[in-house]
Design a binder for this molecule. Structure first.
Ligand code: NAD
Ligand code: MG
Length: 345
């Protein structure tokens, strides 16, 4: 299966969802990966790639290493191996590797090409598509980066066979996010099909990628509709912050965040109680957490403003409008939000 993205500036690339084919690159290639992914799958990837020269840079595994120091390490490797402007980086890992490799590619000699070979479900359905690249610093997550679209995205669902169950669930949460905000038929399909079956996960990846591609085509730089992909994230980010990123995987926090956003949407009449329950049930089917104890609602509310990207002290909420549509708004009354937070108190 191939999904194409063509952006208004004529950048165009394919997202292939299939077992990897033989790949030929007429350039030098650097594979960027981490020890976890490389121990499971690097030999397989190397067997598939033929290039002028292949080298590998292995960076430490973990979100805490998604920083400038690791970027330096990747760039040093590129200089030491005399990569030129035609050379290619291959991101081989989850979203952390993808975001860093893309960012390194965007600045090496003012920008070289890179290919995404995502290996987590979350990166296959979300992070590898759309060209957002970047790193974290002491001021927050993803605050340094660039829009840099990959040359291609190669999604091989076989990599998921070694993925821990919780990581799988975190990816499913982002799949459910796309369905609730954009595609009611896909949501219904998700309710009726088991994603742990190989043939089904392939279809779900394809649907998610198509959905995201369609959004990115309309709004690459997130001036409008792309913000809808943050459904569940406004609440989720606060939960991640309050728990110091230790208790929940990102997708899990987003799962809880969707349940909270739905509660607000029910209160404002955008979805029914029954629809909200359907979303919750679907999350729970994959053991994604759906509850969180808010200790102090006022404090939780204040934490919305910790988001360094928030504009004019307004909070942007993404609320489902029935299942399959959504509303992006920064005009929600504090009182309404507080009342919803109290439900989780
Ligand atoms: P991750 O990259 O940290 O991977 C999760 C864990 O799974 C890691 O320990 C990793 O080594 C391991 N892993 C990867 N593939 C594996 C495999 N096949 N088998 C076994 N273990 C494997 O986390 P993630 O959830 O993939 O990505 C999260 C990151 O993605 C965050 O930094 C987030 O900011 C970013 N992100 C970016 C975008 C975007 O549009 N650029 C979108 C969503 C998320
Ligand atoms: Mg996310």
């Amino acid at each position: 299966m191939i999904v194409n993205i063509t952006l208004p500036n004529n950048t165009s690339y394919d997202i292939t969802i299939n077992r990897l084919n033989e790949i030929y690159y007429d350039t030098k290639v650097v594979i960027v990966t981490n020890p976890t992914v490389s121990s499971f799958h690097l030999e397989y990837l190397k067997e598939k790639i033929t290039a002028k020269e292949i080298s590998v840079v292995t960076v430490p595994d973990g979100e805490q290493y998604k920083n400038m120091q690791t970027i330096d390490m990747i760039l040093d490797h590129c200089f030491e191996n005399r990569l030129d402007r035609k050379s290619l980086l291959v991101a081989f890992g989850g979203g952390v590797i993808g975001d860093m490799t893309g960012f390194a590619a965007s600045i090496y000699q003012r920008g070289i090409s890179f290919v995404q070979v995502p290996t987590t479900l979350l990166s296959q359905v979300d992070a590898s598509v759309g060209g957002k690249t970047g790193i974290n610093n002491k001021y927050g997550k993803n605050l340094i980066g660039a829009f840099h679209q990959p040359k291609e995205v190669l999604i091989d669902p076989f990599f998921l066979t070694t993925l821990p169950k919780r990581e799988f669930g975190a990816g499913v949460a982002e799949i459910i996010k796309m369905a609730v905000t954009f595609n009611k038929d896909f949501f219904k399909w998700l309710e009726e099909n088991d994603l742990t079956k190989e043939e089904n996960i392939k279809i779900a990846i394809q649907k998610s990628v198509e959905t995201k591609a369609n959004v990115v085509i309309q709004d690459e730089k997130e001036n409008g509709i792309r913000a809808a992909l943050n459904y569940g994230h406004t609440f989720g980010h606060v939960i991640e912050n309050e728990t110091q990123y230790k208790t929940y995987l990102h997708g899990e926090a987003v799962g809880i965040g969707m349940v909270m956003a739905n509660e607000l949407a029910v209160k404002l009449g955008h979805i029914s109680q029954e629809e909200a329950l359907r979303v919750k049930n679907l999350l729970e089917k994959y053991n994604i957490p759906t509850s969180y104890k808010i200790e102090d609602v006022e404090e939780f509310y204040e934490h919305f403003f910790l988001d360094k990207k928030s504009l004019d002290n307004k909070i942007k909420f993404i609320l489902p409008k029935k299942i399959g549509n959504c509303l992006i708004t920064d005009e929600i009354n504090k009182d309404d939000v507080i009342e919803v937070l109290k439900v989780f108190n």
